[in-house]
Design a protein around this ligand. Structure first.
Ligand SMILES: Nc1nc2c(c(=O)[nH]1)N[C@H]1C(S)=C(S)[C@@H](COP(=O)(O)O)O[C@H]1N2
Ligand SMILES: [Mo]
Length: 314
């Protein structure tokens, strides 16, 4: 599907889709043809596990951030509240073997190995905007598949109105869990119609390769119209519920972090404005970017919130 919300995006930011795809294919051809000669970076790219994953629907033809921007400045409080320390410390997590427990209002609960979850599951690349509640943003080429595909397999019952996601609890390795900065394990949640919206993604990779530990390996959520804290990392459990789950950030500061957490330049955080965002990698003299409502995905998702007061349900 072609993007419908082009009007939300500055034309200067758009690389025409066919140009982008041609460039991506060219890079891959260059990799294949270079045969280890004078192009060390491209040769390295050859080893990338997901280099041949096709570009999926709902991917935006935007210029992406440098990989280093997205992989060296990470929020991962299980390891540290410092972005550079969490990047470094997350390397110690063992992400294989990995399993995900499915429980609650489903016909097919159980414990599933990651290999079984990924077997026969087609992957796609989705270039999405990503906006942290701290007012920085980036554009990331994720590798993953629709959360809806995964949810369908477990056959939610008619009582499944919400999905709760939980991150691994392991204070031996996740040394940030030894401090009480959040009530561990990290928990997030979505309404079932949000979770099954085609934009909601389970990511297993980024930048053509497997997810680096610090970005949430081996599997994480990506909900591009919501603040980044909804995009929970290293998921070990999904629980289908009739009532709204209590989520970590909401629990820690209910007046600052709502359950919905839709990107909204009109609703300020109590301690700062959300109207603008610092684009990672931009020089300090570059003006901040105006934040788009629903992070630019309004045409696709606004109807989920019809009739709701988004300043109360923030
Ligand atoms: N388990 C877990 N998931 C998490 C976080 C975290 O601390 N722990 N931080 C969140 C926040 S605030 C953001 S902005 C994004 C950051 O994702 P990135 O580090 O891949 O950019 O992860 C989200 N998911
Ligand atoms: Mo964030």
């Amino acid at each position: 599907m072609l993007i419908k919300n082009k009007s939300n995006i500055l034309s200067s930011e758009i690389t025409d889709r066919s140009v982008y795809e041609a460039r991506r294919q060219f890079m891959k051809a260059a990799v294949a043809g270079s045969a280890g000669l004078a192009m060390p970076n491209l040769v390295k790219a050859e080893a990338k596990k997901y280099a041949n994953v096709p570009i999926g629907s709902h991917s935006l033809p935007l210029e992406v951030n440098k990989e280093e921007d997205a992989t060296s400045y990470t929020n991962y409080y299980e390891f540290s509240t410092n972005k550079w320390d969490s990047t470094r410390l997350a390397k110690t997590l063992k992400t294989s073997p990995w399993s995900v427990t499915i429980e609650g209002e489903v016909e097919k609960p159980g414990v599933f190995n990651l290999e079984d979850i990924l077997k026969n599951q087609p992957l796609q690349e989705r270039i999405y905007r990503f906006r942290c509640v701290e007012a920085w943003s980036m554009v990331v080429p994720w590798i993953g598949f629709p959360l809806a595909d995964l949810i369908k397999r477990f056959q939610p019952t008619s009582k499944a109105k919400f999905v709760e996601f939980t991150t691994l609890l392991n204070p031996e390795v996740m040394i940030g869990q030894r401090s009480q900065v959040l009530d561990w394990p990290y928990v997030e949640g979505l309404r079932i119609d949000e979770a099954t919206h085609p934009l909601a993604l389970i990511a297993v990779g980024m930048y053509d390769d497997v997810l680096p530990n610090q970005n949430g390996a081996p599997l994480r959520l990506v909900v591009p119209w919501k603040y980044g804290f909804k995009s929970i990392k290293a998921i070990v459990k999904m629980r289908f519920m009739e009532t709204m789950p209590e989520t970590s950030w909401h629990k820690s500061a209910p007046n600052e972090y709502g359950f919905y957490a839709n990107v909204n330049p009109e609703v300020s955080h109590p301690r700062w404005s959300q109207s603008r965002e610092r684009v990672l990698g931009a020089s300090i003299w570059t003006p901040k970017r105006a934040t788009d409502k629903f992070n630019g995905y309004g045409e696709q998702v606004a109807s989920l919130y019809a009739g709701m007061d988004l300043s109360r349900n923030f």
